[in-house]
Design a protein around this ligand. Structure first.
Ligand SMILES: C[S@@+](CC[C@H](N)C(=O)[O-])C[C@H]1O[C@@H](n2cnc3c(N)ncnc32)[C@H](O)[C@@H]1O
Length: 190
């Protein structure tokens, strides 16, 4: 998969679940509410997708890796959720892959690795309704050796990390920015 973004492989479930023990709460904090059409961009194995599907009316979950989509689908099937479509493809094509304009596009734990972030933001803008929101969950710019989970340094390389203001500055030309948000977890920001 040559198009996979650097530093964006799906983490091992042991420490990932330790870092994100309450995905439903996280998804609610991101602003997902009933009635929404949400795109989970780079959904991975569906940790957040399941909670999105439980809250929103419709979810499209996009990933480049078919194995991730299979795992995501298994979680949704086990929960009896039928309002989520799995779509294999590159995030840069989100405008086409989403199928219709979304209320919200969520990219969790992946934006740091996108080589052409301006292009990605433009693609996301094209996938959103006029008042739609692009929500990025990212690692703060803290040294990697300080962000330990299960006693090991975790997350992307220090130099790849971004503060909310950095993300907002890149996204600004593609869309109007509401507000860069503060932390809701020790290492990551909505
Ligand atoms: C670090 S994981 C995050 C998964 C999920 N968002 C989460 O927070 O649990 C990043 C995911 O992005 C996917 N990915 C990487 N590059 C991609 C691309 N160019 N287009 C679509 N998906 C991509 C990977 O396959 C992986 O599943």
């Amino acid at each position: 998969m040559s198009n996979i973004f650097p530093g964006s492989a799906m983490p091992d479930p042991d420490w990932w679940q330790e870092l994100w023990p309450h995905p439903a709460q996280t998804v609610a904090l991101l602003g997902v509410i009933p009635g929404m059409f949400v795109v989970d961009l780079c959904c991975g194995d569906g940790l957040f997708t399941l909670s999105m599907a439980k809250l929103a009316s419709k979810v499209v979950a996009i990933d480049l890796d078919p194995e991730m989509l299979k795992r995501m689908q298994a979680k949704l099937d086990a929960a009896g959720m039928r309002n989520c479509s799995a779509v294999e493809g590159n995030s840069y094509d989100v405008g086409k892959l989403a199928g219709m304009n979304a209320d919200m596009v969520v990219m969790a734990n992946t934006f740091h690795g996108v080589p052409d972030k301006t292009r990605l933001c433009q693609a996301v803008a094209s996938a959103l309704k006029p008042a739609g929101q692009f929500v990025v969950v990212n690692w703060h710019r803290r040294p990697r050796e300080e962000t330990t989970v299960l006693e090991q340094p975790r997350g992307p390389k220090t130099e790849m990390r971004m503060e909310p203001e950095d993300v907002a500055a890149i996204a600004a030309p593609a869309a109007s920015i509401l507000s860069p948000q503060s932390s809701f977890r020790p290492f990551t920001t909505p």
